[in-house]
Every structure is written in structure tokens, then in C-alpha cells.
Ligand binder design. Structure first.
Ligand SMILES: [Zn+2]
Length: 379
């Protein structure tokens, strides 16, 4: 793995990362395909067409349904889903803590019941690494606890200390797995995760501790879980400077276009979020003039594309009126076209962000992009 910062513009950085599955140009938005597909009937051919660089899949979901051992028999997730570019898998931790029923956290890991059929599962750092190794993703995420946003400082401190001990176990297990002859991707990368709620000192202390572990990248987790945008930006302000500048920084689960523009300005270069696909399935589409709800009656006779000049498969061929009709008729194509447009919008925004940083005009770009999206809707 080679990660090279190409340009810095203020705190914003644009980098190039070489992986066994190809190059990732950052800042990048990873498109979220929970169970190995983006919801809304989006294929990997579609991903290539809408400019996806990295696909993200959820370890927990693939483990409980179909199973990582079966996927390994197909040569890993890349072959199973027919995608040859980078894939990032999360650790499963977030879903275990948010979806699973009756969980018990112990030093060795977490005992919980599957949200599908209730069967008992145990997942700790080693299990998470083994599952991600079976999937053969490009980047694996460390197994961590995302403490509840209302947890006490003492709870957060204890949880973060355990996350650090788990991170050491993840690193050792990944090294062991990457040395085995039948491992799908023996160059699998490991990103560690910074936690600490919205407590500055815990965040900073944890960042300082994990930066010493010489990991392939560093994520900031446990944000966008109920705190205000200002609190999130503040945590980025105080935490990112304590992470290594020569490694990628990933802000997990964030966010709106405005959140991304602000986080890029604070040194973040990897993002993921379900908003564009989830909103697309509900007929909410992003434009440079703000979000539109295609269910609204005002689009009934609107022959324009979702956004004039957009090169996505929806805007190249179909009108707002037709897509509205499909959505109203609950035709799958309506959700699919809106999802494709939204992901294309995010991927295109990231391309504009990279160009703006490389031409050292990011501040101006950010201001005009935000002004356009936050202004009165013109559609
Ligand atoms: Zn479009």
C-alpha cells in the first residue's frame, strides 16, 4: 500500500492511494452496498458507470446471511459480486451494537443474537478479522465499540481502553491471516478506529495511542450518532491533528454534502453514508440547488431531468415527470434511477472537491457549493 498526499490546501488534502485492487483518489465517497449490493437494484456495472471508486460492504450482514465462508469458496467478495476495484468492509461492530438483540460485552468480545433468526453469535476482534479475511476486502476495519452517545465519561473511557486492546488483537490476527497460504487477499489493509464520544481529552488521548500502532489508515468513529453538526466539526478540529498526516483519515458514516464539504476542510479523505441511496429510494434527490422531493405535485408535468447538465443514467434519458410517475406507481425503476442519480451526485462532488484542492481553490469551491445547495430551491 502506498499513500501519497498530492496537494494540501489549508487543512484539506487530496491524496492517491495504491492498493492491490487499484488506485483510490481522495477525498473519496465510498458507495454503501450493505449485503454486497447497493439497495435499489444497482449492479456493479452501474457502479462503474457512475464513477464509484470504493464499494463498502457490511461484515455483520454478510456473516449472518449467506455467510463469509461460502463467499470465500467463491474466491472472496470481489469475485462473488463481480467488482474488481477496492472494497472496504466494516468490522461488524456498529451493527452488533445497534441491530443485534440481547448483547453482552466481555473482554473477549460480544455475545449477541442474530437480528434475522435470533441464533447466538460471538464476535470479538479475531472473529471480525477472520470474517473480513474470508470476504477478502481491500481494507478491513478494526473491531471496536461505538459507545452510546449518552454514555458517561467513565463508560466512554473504559470502552475506549477496551477498543485499544481489541485493536492490538485485530492487528496481530490480521498479520497471522495475511501470512496463511489460502487467504483470499494476503495484502488486506487494516484501519484502526478512534473513539471517545464528544469528549476532547479522550478523543485526543486515543488518537495519540493508536497513531503509534503504525496502521494502514485511521478512522474516526462514533460520530453522526445524535450529536450536533457543530460538535462533530469540533471533534474533527481537535482529533485529526493527532492522527498521522501520511495516512488516510476516514470519517465513518458521514454524511450530508455539507458535512462532507466541512470534514474535507478538516483533513478527512474517506467517507461513507447511506443517505444518497436511502434518500433515492424515497424519491429525494440531490441537486446543486438543494434537495428535491420528486413525489411533489409540482413535478407532474416537469419535462426537465432531475438536474440540467447531469451526466447520470437517470438525467441522460428521463424526465422528472416520468420518474415521479414511476415512484408513484411503486415501480422499482423509479427508486433505481433516483439512487443512481444521488450516488452520481456524490461521486461527482468528490471529483470536484479533488480538483478544487489540487488547484488550491477549495475555500471558494466549498463556499459556492454550500451557498447553492442551501439557497432557496429553484426547481
Ligand atoms: Zn442525474
Amino acid at each position: 500500500m502506498k499513500y501519497e498526499v498530492l496537494t494540501k490546501d489549508g487543512r484539506a488534502k487530496s491524496a492517491r492511494m495504491e492498493t492491490v485492487h487499484g488506485i483510490i483518489e481522495t477525498p473519496v465517497f465510498m458507495n454503501v452496498g450493505t449485503v454486497g449490493a447497493i439497495k435499489g437494484a444497482v449492479s456493479t456495472d452501474d457502479l462503474r458507470e457512475i464513477g464509484t471508486q470504493v464499494e463498502l460492504s457490511n461484515t455483520y450482514h454478510l456473516h449472518v446471511r449467506t455467510g463469509d465462508r461460502l463467499i470465500k469458496q467463491f474466491g472472496g467478495l470481489h469475485k462473488f459480486m463481480n467488482w474488481d476495484r477496492p472494497i472496504l468492509t466494516d468490522s461488524g461492530g456498529f451493527q452488533v451494537f445497534s441491530l443485534a438483540k440481547l448483547r453482552r460485552i466481555r473482554e473477549e468480545g460480544v455475545h449477541f443474537n442474530s437480528h434475522i433468526d435470533g441464533h447466538k453469535i460471538f464476535m470479538g476482534p479475531e472473529e471480525s478479522m477472520q470474517i473480513q479475511s474470508n470476504l477478502g476486502s481491500t481494507i478491513a476495519m478494526a473491531f471496536d465499540e461505538c459507545p452510546p452517545s449518552r454514555a458517561s465519561d467513565q463508560y466512554i473511557r473504559d470502552s475506549v481502553d477496551r477498543t485499544t486492546r481489541w485493536l492490538l488483537r485485530c492487528k496481530e490476527e490480521m498479520a497471522r491471516l495475511n501470512a496463511l497460504p489460502d487467504t483470499v487477499n494476503r495484502e488486506q489493509l487494516l484501519f484502526g478506529i478512534n473513539q471517545g464520544g464528544v469528549v476532547d481529552e479522550i478523543r485526543i488521548e486515543h488518537a495519540r495511542t493508536i497513531r503509534e500502532m503504525n496502521l494502514d489508515g485511521y478512522a474516526i468513529g462514533g460520530l453522526a450518532v445524535g450529536e450536533s453538526h457543530e460538535e462533530m466539526y469540533h471533534i474533527l478540529d481537535v482529533t485529526v491533528p493527532h492522527l498521522p498526516e501520511d495516512k488516510p483519515v476516514y470519517l465513518m458514516g458521514v454524511g450530508t454534502p455539507a458535512n462532507i464539504l466541512e470534514a474535507v476542510d478538516r483533513g478527512v479523505d474517506f467517507f461513507d453514508c447511506v443517505y444518497p441511496s436511502r434518500n433515492g429510494r424515497h424519491g429525494h434527490v440531490y441537486t446543486n440547488q438543494g434537495k428535491l422531493n420528486l413525489f411533489n405535485q409540482q413535478y407532474e408535468l416537469d419535462s426537465r431531468p432531475i438536474e440540467e447538465g447531469c451526466g447520470c443514467p437517470a438525467c441522460r434519458s428521463y424526465s422528472r415527470a416520468y420518474i415521479r410517475h414511476l415512484l408513484k406507481a411503486k415501480e422499482m425503476l423509479g427508486m433505481r434511477l433516483c439512487t443512481l442519480h444521488n450516488l452520481y451526485f456524490y461521486n461527482t462532488m468528490m471529483k470536484e472537491i479533488r480538483e478544487a484542492i489540487r488547484e488550491r481553490r477549495y475555500a471558494g469551491y466549498k463556499a459556492s457549493k454550500l451557498a447553492g445547495m442551501e439557497g432557496p430551491p429553484k426547481g
